[in-house]
Design a protein around this ligand. Structure first.
Ligand code: SF4
Length: 257
């Protein structure tokens, strides 16, 4: 299990306006005054997103599902979507409990509604940040995600398998899966990331043996260098510069940052 905590949420009033489809600032001011901005200022510092995931593999594909690291997922839609995929990343993300406490304590219905929307936006930002990190770390150009209960015939009950394949999610992330498959904290999400485009780099960084879709040989040294680069870009930059070599990579890193 990998834990990813290097996430921050930050959004403006205009993003919340879009979320609630009230994009006219004058109309917003008329209806709510500064209420929305005040709520954003109040709750943003307490939103601390975290995620756990597993860098997994598809063991096999059955008629009506797929097997990921020994656990069978049942969905023909999932099976079809993962037709040419070898590597998958089961994940759970949460924005924590603080916002939910604010929602529970809010007496005003409009405040509750706005806080819910702020939570949805925060969770969405966290999801995109984890996706971006996985792309960089594992060398994929494009990743997509699917969530049990959200797409086609993949039932919400399969959240249990996502949790099983990752490990002790409750202990490491504080997210509990209830018997009715509800996630607690509620502003959490579980699913699978998978590549929609496999690059040569992603295969060089992938240790899977005997993959039908492999585009390049596994390169352990490159994997180590790449992971150092993603985990600690500044230290890597200094080291590379001191060694006075690989200027192109340093240049790329600066562009990327
Ligand atoms: S070798 Fe390449 S195609 Fe195969 S699972 Fe790894 S990243 Fe995917």
């Amino acid at each position: 299990m990998e834990i990813f905590e290097d996430m921050q949420v930050d959004f403006s009033l205009s993003e919340v306006r879009k979320k609630i489809r009230l994009e006219d600032p004058d109309r917003l001011q008329e209806i709510m005054g500064n209420r929305m901005q005040n709520l954003i200022d109040k709750v943003l510092p307490g939103i601390l997103p975290r995620a756990v995931y597993r860098a997994g593999f598809l063991d096999s594909k059955e008629d009506a599902g797929v097997v990921v690291d020994g656990i069978g997922f049942q969905s023909t839609f999932l099976r079809k979507t993962l037709e040419d995929v070898g590597r998958v990343f089961p994940f759970v993300i949460t924005i924590g409990t603080q916002l939910e406490e604010e929602i529970t304590q809010a007496d005003d219905l409009i405040d509750r509604f706005l806080l819910e929307k702020i939570g949805d936006l925060a969770l969405d930002q966290a999801r995109l940040q984890l996706q971006d990190y996985l792309k960089k770390r594992y060398g994929f150009n494009r990743l997509s995600s699917m969530c049990p209960g959200g797409y086609g015939d993949w039932p919400v009950q399969e959240r249990k398998k996502i949790f099983s394949v990752i490990g002790d999610v409750q202990q490491n992330l504080g997210v509990r899966l209830h018997e009715n498959f509800r996630l607690d904290p509620q502003k959490s999400i579980s699913g699978l990331y998978f590549p929609t485009e496999v690059s040569i780099l992603s295969c060089q960084l992938c240790p899977r043996q005997a993959c039908l879709y492999r585009k390049a040989a596994y390169n352990g040294k490159k994997t180590k260098e790449h992971q150092d680069l993603v985990r600690n870009p500044i230290q890597t930059l200094i080291k590379e510069t001191k060694q006075n070599k690989k200027f192109r990579e340093v240049e790329l890193l600066l562009l990327w940052a």
